[in-house]
Design a protein. Sequence first.
Length: 172
Amino acid sequence: MNMIKNNSGHIVTVSSNLAYAGVAQAADYCASKAAVNSLHDSLRYELDNIHKAPSVRTTLLCPGHLLTPLFATVSYPKSGWHQFFFPSVAPVDVVKSIIQALDDQHSKTIMLPLYSHLMPYRQHLPSYLKDFAQWVSGADHMLRNFQKIISASKCGRYGLTIYKYGIRNFLA
């Protein structure tokens, strides 16, 4: 409520490319990320039009495959062409993008890597093109070894570092 009262602040919502595409063995994840996107949109409009707090900024982060412990068991294709067209994203690149959004003080959507910008348009494709894109990406087979339950101890030092020292000090 202080953000609304002061008409300042910045809310960063973490979603995923999978908010825009269903993937075999990840229905729960894809559905929850689609819900996160809708929640983010609703929040933005509510802040602007209901609470009259347009200076409370919102950023939606929709990354592709992240190189984090959460996705360590994902069977990601290793071919050169796949790495070129569907590169993984390093956590430090995500953090830098978030810091840039906070510094810019504008509401925005961050899509990483480059192919992510095409994901919202996927829904407008005919089924046969969606099926082809799904096949090319290999998305339906990436999660065959994925373990959905991860203990807090496997979250890695980055999450703990950011929590302990703050996001700006993390990159220093």
